[in-house]
Unconditional design. Structure first.
Length: 297
């Protein structure tokens, strides 16, 4: 993660670069630019600036979803909750706070809970790019089994990617294993659900599968530095530059996850989710069983 001083320096350098571009007929675009912001408008402004210089057809903008465009209404079921559960399972496998299969639990919580935009104008920032004719997609670490919940919350928050998607705009009807990947993924309506696979490899695979010419610049916004690094590493040495933005607005919520509150909420909601599954079936989620290792007492 960038320090405050380095963040400031990189953003100033980026701003200077963009200002210089305005007077250059054929600007050279740096291969990798890494900056940090808590405002998606900065990502939009840079993309529009480069589109004006290079042409919108030469820019692809890639958004993450969780803690970048949308965030859970509460800590329970959030990205930070998932990683807390993952760490807890490794460090304290007998802990009574474990929910069992965290993937299944999160899927049920995605179904039952709502999401909010990370900032009030998140949908507007996406639309500004789409209105300018840029290719704009979402690449998420969520798996294909969460597609129903994901599209519901994007739609509810006024975000749609199919008008600006890589072709085919409506995606592919069936899951597929992307080139360089090992797990099935889904690409529909401009949203690529990659099942936690390397985001650099996934972006490259999606571009290749779409059949479009490689863009001159990929602009990617993600709250996780490792995902940005993966994209930069994948395209390093290619003719495609990567401008990576680490989105930080949700950092405080991530750092202050209330574990006790999340655990108490799970205890309350779990029986209700089990009842819904028993009555209507596991079509939309499958509740996890709480199975402790044999050495737990």
């Amino acid at each position: 993660m960038l320090t405050g001083a380095i963040k400031f320096y990189v953003i100033i350098v980026l701003a200077a670069m963009l200002g210089a571009c305005a007077s250059m007929p054929a600007p050279d675009v740096e291969q990798n630019v890494l900056a940090q912001t808590d405002d998606l408008a900065m990502v939009t402004d840079e993309a529009l600036q480069l589109a004006g210089e290079l042409g919108p057809e030469n820019i692809v903008v890639v958004y993450d979803i969780d803690n970048t465009l949308l965030a859970m209404e509460q800590g329970l079921g959030s990205d930070q909750w998932y990683y807390w559960q993952k760490a807890l399972a490794a460090e304290q496998p007998c802990s009574p706070l474990l929910v069992g299969d965290r993937f299944k639990a999160q899927g049920a919580l995605y179904f039952a809970s709502a999401m909010r935009p990370t900032q009030a104008d998140a949908a507007e920032q996406v639309k500004r790019l789409q209105d300018a004719g840029l290719t704009v997609v979402a690449v998420t670490s969520r798996g294909p089994e969460f597609s129903l919940q994901t599209f519901r919350e994007l739609r509810r928050n006024g975000i749609s990617f199919w008008p600006s998607a890589l072709p085919p705009a409506r995606g592919y009807p069936e899951p597929f294993i992307p080139e360089g990947g090992t797990l099935p993924a889904v690409y529909q309506d401009g949203v690529f659900l990659t099942a936690g696979q390397d985001k650099g490899v996934m972006v490259a695979a999606l571009l290749d599968k779409s059949g479009v010419a490689p863009p001159k610049v990929i602009i990617v916004a993600d709250d996780k530095a490792e995902n940005l690094q993966a994209v930069m590493e994948t395209f390093a040495g290619s003719d495609t530059s990567v401008h990576a933005w680490r989105y930080s607005r949700e950092d405080a919520n991530v750092a202050t996850l209330n574990i006790a509150e999340a655990a108490a909420q799970w205890d309350v909601v779990q029986p209700a989710l089990m009842t819904i599954e028993e009555v209507f079936g596991p079509d939309n989620y499958e509740m996890p069983e709480r199975v402790l290792p044999d050495n737990c007492h």
